[in-house]
Design a protein around this ligand. Structure first.
Ligand SMILES: *[C@@H]1O[C@H](CO)[C@@H](O)[C@H](O)[C@H]1NC(C)=O
Ligand SMILES: *[C@@H]1O[C@H](CO)[C@@H](O)[C@H](O)[C@H]1NC(C)=O
Ligand SMILES: *[C@@H]1O[C@H](CO)[C@@H](O)[C@H](O)[C@H]1NC(C)=O
Ligand SMILES: *[C@@H]1O[C@H](CO)[C@@H](O)[C@H](O)[C@H]1NC(C)=O
Length: 500
């Protein structure tokens, strides 16, 4: 770019040369050119009686109400230069269906690996594919890539062991259309979360697609983000841009939507495009566009109008990294019980259904450590803005989380306690005034450690410094907080310790 500027100067009088330079500079930059991504947080128009089966035309009429909103947002996104737009999980049909009541919503979605199909150009090729046609035409009309989530059905035969007894698989499915309307990817969600209407696919699908503006993206859906398949499989393939339609219920202090989205992007050192549902009764809000160095996000607060939100951001493409061997996890660092001294004043309290061992921060500054089994967490801190009624604790948990899913964790977390009594540490808190400079550190047996700093009223802070040692020690430093601290966490998923 600097070379181009010099050229403009030397051809000051020649307007043609300026045009040439502009063309040249855009060509020079094309290898590294930034792109514009959009995600839409959608307030779903619900079916008021989701358990009652309905006709195909009634299902289409219902989905059309949501699709009209999608179309307006696609137009808005396109106006703002977006080249890709992501819609949330369940955004077209909503929630609480049974296996039979979802039926009218489902379409057979052909495999784009096996056939080239543009539903907008060739609507007659497959019957009963209205939703696919709408989405394809939307992408084509607005000249952008569209990623949406819908229900699909695939007949299967009883000879396949995993074929349900009614002879059809129901999949929670992400579909992707190019800016011409061509279907480019299809992904069936692997890790269902209490979704009676849907089946997990018979084989794990690790799905990516190429774009002309940013290279390769991988697809996952909601709960998938916590699991080895397909999420870690994508990362091991070197995929560094992940698309994440979700319908995620906020769960403080560790798994609020934007908190974990930010943490995942930072921990995996990737771009994440996250689109969530907006629903007050379901406690769903929080969407964003995250790169390792930036976060553009939205998180509605209590009392905000319950409405959708388009988020648009400019990003640098992240080219694929090298493929890596599956990491089996490190052996224990073995510091606990030997070098690390046990905190004398530790206590236990539940945080998100797991029994954490905690120590309180009792002084304006200090060093603390706390261990759970072989996991030890260290904290060095200095309060910079103090509210004496606010109590903080450092907690450690290593073990199997078993509520609403079984998955192994190692967590070091500095949290604001909900009250002054120890048992309130680990409960949900949304506001805080206390600020501190701190270094939080843990030695984990996994390389999938997700760091986050969540501040008062759902604001994210970018850790000042992050460091990972080859032995699995992760150090997060943070200073000059912009708002009071809710949670600072190193949340590790130890996939290799999951039950099978
Ligand atoms: C759907 O289910 C959730 C939780 O199971 C419930 O809270 C909600 O009221 C239900 N919504 C509808 C529309 O039935
Ligand atoms: C993250 O990725 C960038 C390349 O995009 C690389 O330079 C950097 O070292 C990576 N950071 C970590 C912590 O791996
Ligand atoms: C201290 O924090 C508490 C709880 O966050 C708040 O209710 C109180 O008003 C604060 N006190 C001062 C002096 O700001
Ligand atoms: C977790 O594992 C237990 C014991 O194996 C099992 O009974 C339970 O259904 C699992 N829970 C989920 C949500 O998968």
């Amino acid at each position: 770019m600097e070379g181009a500027v010099v050229k403009v100067d030397s051809f000051e009088e020649n307007t043609n040369a300026v045009v040439l330079v502009v063309v040249l500079s855009s060509w020079i930059c094309s290898a590294q050119a930034s792109y514009v991504a959009a995600v839409y947080e959608h307030r779903v128009e619900m079916n008021p009686q989701p358990s009652v089966p309905l006709s195909r035309s009634a299902a289409l009429l219902h989905m059309r109400t949501n699709l009209r909103v999608y179309e307006q947002q696609a137009e808005q996104a396109s106006r703002q230069g977006a080249q890709i737009l992501v819609f949330p999980e369940d955004g077209l049909h909503g929630f609480n269906f049974t296996r039979s009541s979802i039926a009218a919503y489902l379409e057979i979605i052909p495999d784009p690996q096996h056939e080239t199909w543009n539903p907008c150009e060739e609507p007659q090729r497959h019957p009963n594919t209205e939703v696919q046609q709408w989405l394809s035409c939307m992408a084509r009309r607005q000249r952008l890539y569209v990623v949406a989530n819908m229900g699909s059905v695939q007949p299967c035969s009883g000879t396949s062991a995993s074929c349900p007894s009614d002879g059809r698989w129901h999949f929670n499915t992400n579909v992707v259309y190019s800016s011409d309307g061509l279907m480019v990817a299809r992904y069936h969600k692997q890790n269902l979360y209490f979704e009676d209407a849907f089946d997990a696919p018979p084989h794990v699908e690790v799905v990516t697609f190429e774009t002309p503006f940013a290279g390769r993206f991988g697809l996952i859906t909601c709960f998938d983000i916590l699991f080895r398949q397909p999420t870690v499989a994508l990362l091991e393939k070197g995929v560094r841009q992940i698309i994440f339609p979700t319908a995620w219920m906020n769960q403080l202090p560790l798994l609020d939507t934007i908190q974990f989205q930010r943490a995942f992007s930072l921990g995996a050192n990737i771009t994440l495009l996250a689109a969530n549902i907006r629903s007050d009764p379901l406690i769903m809000t929080g969407s964003g566009i995250y790169s390792p160095s930036s976060a553009v996000y939205h998180h509605a607060l209590m009392g905000d109008p319950e409405e959708g939100r388009l988020i648009v951001a400019t990003l640098e493409p992240l080219p694929d990294g090298p493929e890596s061997e599956p990491v089996q996890g490190f052996t224990d660092a073995g510091l606990c019980g030997s070098e690390a001294h046990r905190a004398p004043q530790s206590f236990t309290s539940y945080m998100m259904h797991d029994i954490f061992t905690f120590v309180l921060l009792l002084r304006p500054e200090g060093r603390l450590s706390v261990c759970d089994g072989s996991l030890c967490c260290w904290l060095q801190y200095r309060l910079t803005e103090n509210n004496l009624t606010e109590v903080y604790a450092l907690g450690a948990f290593a073990g199997l989380h078993t509520v609403n899913g079984n998955y192994s964790l190692q967590v070091c977390a500095l949290v604001k306690c909900a009250g002054s009594e120890p048992q309130s540490c680990g409960r949900e808190v949304e506001q805080a005034q206390t600020k501190m400079d701190f270094t939080l550190e843990g030695t984990f047996s996994s390389s999938y450690v997700f760091p986050s700093v969540l501040s008062s009223d759902y604001t994210l802070e970018q850790p000042t410094h992050l460091h990972t040692s080859p032995q699995g020690t992760v150090t997060m430093e943070h200073s000059h907080m912009k708002a009071g601290l809710i949670t600072a966490a190193l949340y590790a998923r130890t996939h290799h310790l999951d039950p099978h």
